[in-house]
Design a protein around this ligand. Sequence first.
Ligand code: NG6
Ligand code: CA
Length: 508
Amino acid sequence: YVSLAIATSIFISSCKETKKEADNSAKNKTTMETSKPNIVVIYMDDLGYGDISANGATEITTPNIDKLANEGVRFTNGYATSATCTPSRYGLLTGVYPWRNKDAAILPGTAPLIINTEQTTIPKMLKKQGYATGIVGKWHLGLGQGNVNWNERVSPGPNEVGFDYSYIMAATQDRVPTVYIKNGHVDGLDPKDPIEVDYSKNYDNQPTGKNNPELLSMKWHHGHNNSIVNGIPRIGFMKGGEAAKWSDVDMADHFLKEAKSYVTEHKNEPFFLYYALQQPHVPRTPHPRFVGKSGMGPRGDVILEADWIIGEFIKTLEEEKLLENTLIVFTSDNGPVLNDGYFDDAVEKLGKHTPTGGLRGGKYSLFDAGTRVPFITYWKGKIKPAVSNALVCQVDLLSSLAKLTGSNTTTNDSEQLLDAFLGKSNNGRKHLILEANKKTALRSGDWALIPPYKGKAINTQVNIELGIANEYQLYNLKEDKQQQNNLADTNAKKLSELVSIYTQLRGE
Ligand code: NG6
Ligand code: CA
């Protein structure tokens, strides 16, 4: 009884404490504004280093992204943790290298949540610092605990790992379920038309991309031949939920509307918005007003669409007078791919555009184009325009945003690089472990080391070199950005130095 009483009184006093803090935060709004800026992470899907004009693209113009880059810090050595989506998103949100979690690999739409609900995350950390936290867009980190019933509240999910508000697609645009999920509930679901989702077998009499090519408005090239939604064949099978199905061509506008409302509704308190756009991942479905605008086919068109969307989103921050009090981080989950499973002219109409910006490889690759991505920080009036060659990674945002907001939360993998992110220092990390499909490599200073691996050198379906070879690869990126000259044989000293760093960092 005594200990219960003590616990109760501690509880009550801590509630009072929280109340007091809340009162103070309202009163001291101006001081709060300097120490607790809003934070927005704009996360692209499969956007390559060279896909934006700020990074040198000449065949495509991205004025709104360029504005962030030219008036903020544009990183030339900014990395995602991984060359695919799920692991990179895991690394960004948790501050933990995804290769430590065996489940952090491209997930089907029915996969359980891979973030432990006890784990530290950016939104959890920011919630403790008094932030409202929201996600709009692509999730792809799993939902539920297996055997999800999509007709009930789906949990655990984003709301259970730190987001007060979530408006998401479960996995990817090419995977079922093709519905939006708002705080765990399928948005617009008619209870009389329940949704069923299965990745192993089709439902009776349901058309598929494989069996019903006559129903398709977009043809599949590899994979993507299961259930058909809006004429597009997807990965996985789905039945029911007609009223809740998204419209692909309206997806960008739909998420934009959500993101804008989030900002407007939370303008009077510090907020964190993780805005995860779907472009230019497949299926590339530009709204009709962008069709044909790039001359590059749908892949170019959706990049222009995304750029416009970002411009509109920033306008909202401006209109709400929040731009001077908002740190924007713009980056992408992995490098570019052209043909990722649909015939959509990405290869045929590419022309002279180089999505990789001249880096080797692409999505799925241990070569640099797999993980070196557009990376920009922008904060009007606070960050001075700069180009930074500091080595930074999305995994570092957790510790750095913690520092910015007065939290000492950190993880072993997440380095506190706030000064680099704010453009006050050119010092990034010394070493970084990169990952592609559970194989890892090392970036250290100007050097890249890829250990020997068994496997195919090229993924022929997507036509990307994976960086896999049965010998060590050692590149000097300063002299050889395109990773053409393997120095493993000629620079034994550097090789052994990096092998020992790599082995130590991998804990092997
Ligand atoms: C692959 C898909 C690809 C894409 C990728 C995930 C096939 C043949 N390919 O398995 O189209 O969906 O997964 O992309 O199904 S990511 O950006 O979400 O990691
Ligand atoms: Ca991706």
